[in-house]
Every structure is written in structure tokens, then in C-alpha cells.
Design a protein around this ligand. Sequence first.
Ligand code: HPA
Ligand code: MG
Length: 220
Amino acid sequence: MADVVVKPQVGGGGGIVIDDDWPGYSLDLFSYPAHYSGDLDCVVVPHGVIMDRTERLARNIMDDLGDHDIVVLCVLKGGYQFCVDLVDKIKALSRNSNRTLPMRVHFIRLKSYLNDQSTEDLHIVGAEDLSFLAGKAIVGTGKTMKALLKHVESFSPKLVKVAGLLVKRVPHNSTCLPDYVGFEIPDRFVVGYALDYNEYFRDLNHICVISERGKTKYKI
Ligand code: HPA
Ligand code: MG
């Protein structure tokens, strides 16, 4: 394994670890849209497992932040499905608790990938005025968090927590880790569950590895 910086924490703090040599599940074991047949190599995280893990993350978040006025900042586009499902799970938990504070949801759009390559410049597209964040507890969902965190922190929120469904084990990475992590995965380009390759594959429920054929077919 290459020089790995991201380390799973004891007790699952770093998320469910998917090893580099894990071949994934065969696509034949699951259903997925026929228009993507041949475009994927394997399923890395099936949709049901994503949902179960998200439910647990919601519980951890409620245990930590349940008494705060929570403002969720969803990072579009790749974070939308995780955000929707996480917020749903938090809502379900608060219905069954004494929590009385409303939770608000805001959206921000980031773009940094072309094909499967990260581009240098991170664009914050369609950013709202985030000054409402002052003094609130935020759970951001999505990726490319480092630059965003800097931006968010300039509004002096009381507490900032980051929830990320996936953390990739990338070499020489100095990124800050999310406080809540779903899965720690190998450094491969994955799609599905709102993660795209040139806007395709967002309509796939499972998190999958794209095939070379898929990359070529949807390259721009
Ligand atoms: N898939 C889709 N979008 C991404 C990825 C990925 O693996 N990494 C960063 N943006
Ligand atoms: Mg993308």
C-alpha cells in the first residue's frame, strides 16, 4: 500500500474500512440501470449498506449535537443524496426524542472535477450569503471540504462538524478528515449515489467503480 495518511480510528471513528484488495461485489448480484451495463467494474458499497451506515451516523450526530440549533449545509451536487438521507434519518430520530429545535438546510455548490481528475481550482458556485451560519452548529455533507471549511469558518459559526459518506485513502493527503465518516475506501474513482462522472451515474443507487469503457463512453 502506498503512503497512507488516513488511518481508521479505534471504534469505527474513521468509518467502515474497505481494503485496497477488496474486489467489490459482482454487478450480477444487484440490480442497476440497464443503460450502465458494461460501464461499471463492481459494486463497492451497496445502497442498503449506505442507508444502514447513514442511520448510525445520524444517531452519532444527534448524540453530539441534539441540543444545538443545527444548520445543515449540503454540498452539491455529489452530496445531495447523502444529505437527503442523513437529514431524513435525523428527522426520524428527532420525532422520537424531546428535541424541539428546528433544523435548517442550506445548499452550496462546489465543482473541482473534470472527467475523473481533480482540477486545481475549486469553484464555489451559487454560494448563498453564509452569514446566517454565525453561532450555529453545522453539519456539512459532501467532499472537497478543505477549501469550503475555510470559507465557512470565516463566518464564525459556533461549531462546525463535517459529515462525509466517503473518505478515500489517498497518498500524501493532508486533508482534514470529516468528523463523521461513512466509509473509508481505496483511492479509486467511484460513481453512484449522486457521485458523477461528467454528470452521469448520479442515477445509480450503489457506489460503484467505473470501468474503462464507462470512462471512455462518457468522456468529454
Ligand atoms: N467520484 C466522483 N466524484 C468525485 C470523486 C469520485 O471518486 N472524487 C472526487 N470527486
Ligand atoms: Mg462531480
